[in-house]
Write a protein that binds this ligand. Structure first.
Ligand code: ADP
Ligand code: MG
Length: 341
């Protein structure tokens, strides 16, 4: 029998824990003590109470060879995307983004023009979403590394956490799913067919759902929310874990774009596989009581963003189940992308 303090063997590496297993360990090591830190590790952004307002903070990293490849990602789009993925986390809280800091690791032989075009993209995105660059850091690196820390604000009473889902709530998602993951497969040159242009566009230039997130917060329609960055199954799992509930997803209800439908059969026999587990959609996944249906439909119409009810929140013992077209239900064993698995 292992002693409690040696429960983790020295021979174990990060593959044994996975990305989220590691984050759970870090969460246990680093328990916070300041009561003003309303939300630390465990949500899309950290929340620090400042009177009736909240300071929001989030950070995301993009690494060459892991998140992007310079052969298919131009610097302008890269600058835009680096900020967009952080904006999406603020959207998932119903917050308003304000300032950001950027740290860059750059190879010596990178052209000056690459960096200036990167900053042009960054500036365009910053202007569009009204955020200002406040500083950063620069270092030598073998591969390009981009880390942004984005700050934001919100009203304490309107913020939407991952942890608020209640049994009986509906599970809803904006937009279409799977386009970005399919776009990435096409970019990586696995096969080409169908109508890949829109799918590639979705991968290279994701659109953070800030307006929708803020509208849901202002109208207090949603009980819990997360952005879909790791994939629908994985992010639903995060939301369920934080809320201590289970859920069922009706696979057929997931909205697929026309380009995805035309292209998916080149890549998978199961049309829903990539929509369920592919990442980087940056759509908003949220829960709401059935009584909010009308209000949410009206927001969807006025913002011209499709919102689909894809499932229902159940007691925790039901875990996460997917109901297929043929009536068969299964509990997914693999949820989606994990950096260490
Ligand atoms: P998201 O996909 O919304 O960016 P992540 O899955 O990256 O969220 O992270 C989940 C949670 O874990 C967040 O609260 C994030 O701040 C936290 N987190 C991730 N990596 C680390 C780390 N190395 N140390 C501390 N907290 C971390
Ligand atoms: Mg997120």
């Amino acid at each position: 029998m292992l002693h409690a303090s040696c429960e983790v063997g020295v021979w174990m590496d990060l593959r044994d824990f996975g990305e989220f297993g590691l984050i759970n360990r870090i969460r246990k090591w680093m328990t916070a003590s300041d009561p003003a830190l309303i939300q630390g590790i465990g949500d899309d952004v950290a929340v620090i109470k400042m009177g009736s307002k909240a300071l929001l903070a989030t950070t995301d990293i993009l690494i060459e060879g892991v998140h992007f490849d310079r052969s298919w990602m131009n610097p302008y789009r890269l600058g835009k995307k680096a900020l967009a993925v952080n904006l999406s986390d603020i959207a998932a809280m119903g917050g308003i983004p304000t300032y950001f800091l950027i740290s860059l690791g750059l190879p010596k032989n990178l052209s000056f023009s690459f960096v200036s075009r990167f900053y042009r993209g960054l500036k365009a995105e910053a202007k569009r979403y009204r955020v200002d660059l406040a500083g950063g850091d620069t270092s030598l690196s073998e591969k390009m590394i981009i880390n942004i820390c984005l700050l934001g604000e919100g009203r304490m009473k309107n913020l939407i956490y991952r942890r608020g889902a209640r049994i009986g709530d509906e599970l809803l998602v904006s937009g279409t799913l799977g386009d970005s993951a399919l776009g990435l497969k096409i970019l990586r040159g696995k096969r080409v067919g169908g109508k890949p242009k829109r799918l590639i566009e979705k991968h290279l230039s994701p659109c953070p759902r800030l307006q929708l997130g803020q509208a849901l917060a202002e109208h207090q329609c949603a009980t819990a929310m997360i952005d879909v960055s790791d994939g629908l199954l994985s992010d639903t799992h995060h939301l369920l874990e934080e809320s201590n509930v289970g859920a069922i997803i009706w696979e057929e209800r997931i909205l697929l774009s026309p380009s995805y439908r035309e292209t998916i059969h080149f890549y998978s026999r199961d049309p829903y596989q990539i929509a369920l587990s592919g990442g980087e959609d940056y759509e908003l996944l949220f829960t709401a009581p059935p009584g909010m249906r009308e209000r949410i439909s009206s927001l969807s119409r006025s913002l011209r963003i499709p919102i689909t009810c894809i499932g229902k929140i159940l007691p925790r013992k039901d875990r996460l189940r997917i109901l297929q077209k043929d009536g068969k239900a299964y509990s997914p064993s693999r949820l989606g992308f994990d950096h260490f698995k």
